[in-house]
Write a new protein. Structure first.
Length: 263
């Protein structure tokens, strides 16, 4: 693997007596799509939130291009080049599509974030260019509240890309989407990260998305990394099969075409 962009070592977090994340190590290279999977309660969100700074790690290091992120607040981590999309879309329904992107650009430029009306004239051309990257240039003047769900997710991606992150964290990016929409969004993500060399860490319950689009997969169970490798390696791993068989989910290629695994 090329020199990692993100390097995580000995990451731990407990809640009371629960070892939610119990000594996790992994690397992520620029341009790589890395999936973080595991049954419910495995520690995916906790890991994710420690990388993004929403949760403070009890122990361990999280280095982005050699810079320590552990202990920094989310805003500082964002400034260092870590973008994020959320499971529940974080857009302003009362603004137009273009204004939502302009708000992100305002924030990036350290202008006053709360004054949404200032967004209307701010870097509109740049906003439209970002929308073009996610094939939404025709929807710039549409109210955000009128968008179809798949379009909201694409808009979120444009917003996350507005400050050109080196690492993009995507929390269940395809939740609630139809199979066709899921693959379209991940293909778009792949195209954008290839063009820009962004690294992506994503949590995902839909195995079809993981096996079709991830370069590598990390499998967590009870806070520990039980396997990592290519989708084919992970799918063939007996321990992974055991963990998922307990949930009734199938990891065989045929079943992976449409399977959502809920833990
Ligand atoms: N704020 C919290 N307080 C107490 N316990 C927590 C908290 N957050 C997570 N946990 C516990 O830590 C463990 C890991 O939870 P986490 O949400 O990271 O798992 P997950 O893999 O993201 O699960 P899911 O797929 O259900 O979202 C679980 O046992 C959970 O109950």
């Amino acid at each position: 693997m090329a020199e990692p962009l993100l390097s995580v070592r000995g990451l731990r977090k407990s809640f009371g007596g629960v070892h939610a994340v119990d000594g996790v190590d992994f690397d992520l290279a620029a341009g790589e799509l890395l999936a973080l999977i595991g049954p419910n309660g495995a520690g995916k969100s906790t890991t994710f939130n420690m990388v993004g700074g929403q949760l403070r790690a009890d122990a361990g290091t999280i280095r982005l291009a050699g810079r320590e992120l552990a202990g920094l607040p989310p805003r500082a981590i964002w400034r260092l080049g870590v973008g994020r999309t959320f499971q529940i879309a974080q857009t302003f329904a009362s603004l137009t599509v273009a204004e939502n992107v302009q708000m992100a650009l305002l924030s990036q430029d350290r202008k006053i974030y709360g004054l949404w009306w200032r967004a209307a004239g701010h870097r509109r051309a740049d906003a439209l260019q970002l929308l073009a990257q996610v094939d939404m240039q025709a929807l710039g003047d549409a109210p955000c509240s009128a968008l179809a769900y798949g379009d909201v997710k694409r808009l979120e991606l444009a917003i996350a890309l507005a400050h050109r992150p080196r690492l993009l964290l995507m929390d269940e990016p395809t939740a609630g989407m139809s199979p066709a929409e899921r693959h379209a969004l991940m293909q778009l993500t792949r195209r954008l990260v290839s063009e820009q060399g962004t690294a992506v860490l994503f949590t995902e319950h839909s195995m079809d998305v993981v096996f079709a689009h991830a370069d590598r997969v990390l499998v967590l169970a009870r806070g520990r990394l039980i396997a990592q490798g290519t989708p084919a390696q992970v799918r063939a791993d007996p321990l992974v099969q055991q963990v998922y068989l307990g949930s009734g989910a199938m990891l065989a290629p045929a079943a992976a075409q449409g399977g959502r695994v809920d833990g």
